[in-house]
Design a protein around this ligand. Structure first.
Ligand SMILES: Nc1nc2c(ncn2[C@@H]2O[C@H](COP(=O)(O)OP(=O)(O)OP(=O)(O)O)[C@@H](O)[C@H]2O)c(=O)[nH]1
Ligand SMILES: [Mg+2]
Length: 276
């Protein structure tokens, strides 16, 4: 088995920073964590990529091409489809090392995960190559600090979960930027029993539209809260314990470490037999 995190989330949510922090953490704790850049338009990241999709195709190529003439978003979709058509290239680059643990740093265009099929196909490809994959959806916590925003972020996460159909972990990134007061407010939303999201949605004016709108938000809010559909794990990259917690959560989801336990048990069993 091999293990992968598909690191996704809106533009600027901190995906590349997360990948580079986890790679560094891997070095610190002597654990092999590789990163692959899947963003054909990436301008900057500071990890050492194991594979960089820009070596195959760069979004600029599709925009400058006489025939294609794509804009940045169409160009990106083209690049991902091109990557799929050339999946042998990716396969060769990744190799087939057992027990690999790879983070895929993905582009920030949310439509890739909510309704287009290219990413989904890529996921199936990776599964065929024996990867246990989990989608890791990052949302900048600064956009989650009031009820309406929290609801909207939650629905974005839900939409990705429904489309990708993968084991899924939602992360609130950039926790280091929250003030104490904002952290308190957020904690109420994170507690699934509190119904705090609903209480926090305020609409100005008592027009008939607002009344209907409020009912809609309430209905969605209680659906999400009552069924605990979407949970978020806060991540503060400046806090080692927080990094470890997030990694343990994700490792559990992709069953990383479980095979290792089985192997150790096997050895113990052999030892016992040998000792007879
Ligand atoms: N304070 C703080 N800033 C962060 C953190 N993570 C990311 N940033 C900043 O947020 C900005 C965007 O971070 P990136 O990691 O490039 O985000 P991204 O999701 O890879 O962005 P795209 O690839 O453009 O979609 C950068 O200026 C980072 O320095 C964090 O945990 N704390
Ligand atoms: Mg990035």
């Amino acid at each position: 088995m091999r293990y992968a995190q598909l690191v996704i989330g809106p533009a600027g949510s901190g995906k590349s920073t997360y990948c580079s922090a986890l790679q560094q953490h891997g070095i610190d704790v002597k654990r092999n964590i590789e990163v692959i850049n899947l963003d054909p338009a990436a301008e900057y990241f500071d990890y050492e990529p194991m594979v960089d999709v820009r070596e195959l195709i760069h979004v600029q190529d599709t925009m400058e091409d006489e025939e294609l003439h794509f804009g940045p978003n169409g160009g990106l979709v083209f690049c991902i489809e091109y990557l799929l058509e050339n999946s042998d290239w990716l396969h060769d680059k990744i190799g087939d090392q057992e027990d690999d643990y790879i983070l895929f740093d993905c582009p920030g265009q949310i439509e890739l995960y909510t309704h287009l099929t290219a990413m989904k196909k890529l996921v199936i490809q990776l599964q065929n190559w024996n990867f246990n994959i989990c989608s890791v959806f990052l949302v900048d916590v600064q956009f989650m600090t009031d009820g309406a925003k929290f609801l909207s972020g939650t629905m974005a996460a839900l939409s990705v979960m429904v489309n990708l159909e993968l084991p899924h972990v939602n992360i609130l990134s950039k926790m280091d930027l929250l003030s104490k007061a904002a952290r308190k407010r957020l904690d109420r939303f994170l507690d699934p029993d509190s119904h705090a999201i609903l209480g926090d949605i305020e609409l100005s004016g008592n027009t008939a539209f607002n009344e209907k709108h409020r009912k809609l938000s309430e209905a969605i809010g209680s659906l999400i809260e009552d069924y605990s559909l979407v949970r978020f794990v806060p991540l503060n990259l400046k806090d080692l314990e927080s990094i470890t917690d997030v990694l343990i959560t994700i490792d559990n989801v992709i069953q990383f470490g479980e095979d290792q336990d089985v192997k150790t048990n096997d050895f113990e069993a052999i030892d016992e037999e040998g000792g007879d």
